[in-house]
Design a protein around this ligand. Structure first.
Ligand code: PLP
Length: 362
């Protein structure tokens, strides 16, 4: 049997069928129907945010918030992320300026941000990578001082809190992904959360061809609407999110018990005041007896799929060849060459975790 690196959470099929039944009466399948509205209000409560706008996926949500905030010029971000973060900046006609990451939690190194600010900088786009929380306080300070917008890529951070506050309540906006592989899924899906309710009109317009009303098209928008079947999946999955988090925690605790004191292996630091979502279990093979690639291969030969997540860093992706200098982000380069995320999902058994760790250790 193959152990995949992730497995989507799904409700019982009966629960989902029950949830979508009324769509056969209403025939309202998309365009912000009742499921969409219900999911929005449930997520506002769950994520402890002021406002939310749902999207067909996280990536288009990111492109839409960049457009809604009318960002231009340069955006300071990190290369230790999924291609989406960097692509969203480039596809919006801007230049990503890469800041290095911390060696212990892999989030943006806030001490380096100010040295990267130029007169063209319009925003900072940090990533709560693996659900680890960025230094939101310091980032807010820098943004205020230099009059910059802050958009968080919170694709990994669904349900994360810091000192009791929802992670999506920081910065000007945060993007969540509800892709099948994430902690909470709507099959594909995403959202923007934000404090300033005046952003709502632009986001709603941008995800629906810029349409304001039947005779007025206000923005050059695309189509990025979440449909009713996606929203119904979200409503079902949200009912089980607490037990999902508990099961993931048990898996992570078991990994920790197995790997905490192994020579040459580095694990993420605990963060003060953070309620975690146990989205990923990254392991850095720094001075281990095997290289990262050797561990990856050994697991693979034994039908265990770990992920080189993230490798390569986005500033050295093939499509950006010759555009960026990777020398400016040595820590990101170092981690990207040595990190593996181990299989992690709610139904992964503790026995399987032990087996995975045994292959790593001996
Ligand atoms: C998943 C992910 C995205 C993109 O989200 P989609 O919903 O798949 O479009 C963006 N950034 C990061 C860090 C991600 O992991």
């Amino acid at each position: 049997m193959i152990i995949q690196s992730t497995k989507p959470s799904m409700p019982n099929i009966e629960e989902y069928v029950e949830e979508i039944k009324d769509l056969w009466q209403s025939k309202w399948l998309t365009n912000m129907g009742s499921k969409h509205k219900a999911l929005e209000s449930k997520l506002i409560d769950f994520l402890q945010v002021q406002n939310i706008t749902l999207f067909v996926n996280g990536h288009l949500a990111l492109e839409c918030i960049i457009a809604a905030l009318e960002l231009k010029g340069e955006v300071i971000t990190t290369p230790f992320t999924f291609a989406s973060t960097t692509h969203a900046i480039v596809r919006s006609g801007m230049k990503p300026v890469f800041c290095d990451i911390n060696p212990n939690d892999y989030t943006i190194n806030v001490e380096m941000i100010e040295s990267l600010i130029s007169e063209k900088t319009s925003a900072i786009l940090p990533v709560h990578v693996y659900g680890n929380v960025c230094d939101v306080k310091k980032i807010e300070e820098i943004a205020k001082k230099h009059n910059l917008k802050v958009i968080y890529d919170a694709a990994h951070a669904f349900g994360v809190e810091i000192y009791g506050k929802g992670i999506g309540s920081f910065g000007d906006a945060s993007m969540f992904s509800f892709h099948a592989t994430k902690v909470f899924n709507t099959i594909e899906g995403g959202a923007i959360t934000y404090n300033d309710s005046s952003i709502a009109a632009a986001l709603s317009g941008l995800k629906n061809f810029g349409i304001r009303n039947s005779e007025s098209v206000e923005y050059v928008g695309g189509n990025a609407k979440m449909n009713e079947f996606q929203a119904a999946m979200g409503i079902c999955n949200l009912r089980h999110i607490d037990s999902e988090r508990e099961k993931r925690k048990a898996v992570v605790d078991r990994y920790l018990a197995n790997l905490e004191n192994v020579d040459g292996i580095r694990l993420s630091n605990e963060q003060d005041g953070v309620r975690k979502n146990y989205a990923y279990f990254p392991v850095v093979f720094s001075e281990f007896k095997m290289t990262r690639d050797e561990v990856f291969e050994k697991l693979n030969e034994n039908n265990i799929r770990a992920r080189k997540y993230f490798y390569p860093p986005t500033n050295s992706l093939e499509c950006y060849k010759g555009l960026f200098t990777v020398e400016t982000t040595p820590v990101a380069n170092y981690i990207a060459k040595r990190v593996l995320t181990l299989p992690l999902y709610a139904d992964l058994s503790l026995k399987q975790v032990d087996r995975i760790c045994d292959f790593i250790k001996c």
